[in-house]
Design a protein around this ligand. Sequence first.
Ligand code: AMP
Length: 398
Amino acid sequence: MKSINEACFKGKKVLVRVDYNVPLNDNREVTDATRIIRTIDTVKKITDGGGIAILMSHLGRPKGVASDKFSLSNIVSKVSEVLGTHVTFLGDVLTADAEAKVNALKPGDVALLENLRFHNEEEAGDEEFARQIARLGDIYVNDAFGTAHRAHASTATIAKFFPGKCYAGYLLYEEAHNLDLVLNNASHPFTAIIGGSKVSSKLNIITYLLDRVDNLIIAGGMSYTFLHAMGVKIGNSLLEEEMIPVAKEIINKAHLKGVDLYLPIDNICADKFDNDANQYVTTHNDIPDGWEGMDIGPRTIKKFAAIIKQAQTILWNGPVGVYEFQNFEHGTQSVALCVACATISGAFSLIGGGDSIAAINNYHLANHVSYISTGGGAMLEYLEGKVLPGIQALNDDK
Ligand code: AMP
């Protein structure tokens, strides 16, 4: 994959696939501009280099139908504000008007196309649609890591129309680089902390990580399926019955591969799924009927802290308890603090997944971890060892 550092943008029209699928409120104002902010460096690199940046994205799920609600015109002013420059709205990619507006742009200008998903052909990866988008540019840059796991027209198919002129933007490059670093070039001990509610959604990641990590911490709702598989009483805690054989297999595999697997050794339980539920801390693991595990207990926190402290590489995905409830957030907060402390002591830490990122932000620790992956689904697929179509398309362009 070539980075934009290798490109010459002077006088060129540069089609940049970004992921501006940002949240909007009822007044259609952007409520979180992180995804726009993360593209500043790429856009500046193009415009400072004398290129014209033609930004393209999707927004929401319009399912092939144009509507005001999903129009990227709603975010033009925010994009202008964040990028610190005027942004021309080009309208629909297929129109002659968009083409005329592009032809009127000057080096250093920035423009934004209408939501590409107003055409079903975008998500279908349609070749003719990709050709139509491609007619507007001389160079293709993909900076939409969050959409790189989709083989859509603007994320993958389009690359074939720019032979030798496809580049990864800084965000996409950085995301792939940091995930690669963790997966293929980690310093040891390498500790992965996998939490969240479901074994089924993290199964592929866990399997892939077993060949890479020294320590695997499994916590959160999913840990109860593992504990149940080991014969521990889990009361009314989350259980995925159909995953019990899989959990047993993971435990065996970890043993065979010499991976130290750590599960909770005590729990904070509640008599209902509520912040104000009655709660108590189990002495060991067994949870009686009528109670459910909501967070890791103090002995577990101590144990996990000791493992995390020794780590040289840390990957954290998923909360270790119902951190949305203040009374059950302590475990997740402690893990966040331990990861930050280890990072300050020299470990490389990568945090991913909406809930872990939210936790790190809630506790104001974002500046004390090495890298926060914003990829969502794309990051999860990367961590499962899949080659993402958006990255494959850039790799194929040598
Ligand atoms: P996931 O999307 O699979 O990463 O799961 C994140 C969700 O897992 C968060 O909303 C947490 O509240 C939830 N979670 C974590 N621990 C538990 C638990 N012990 N019981 C129920 N839900 C949990």
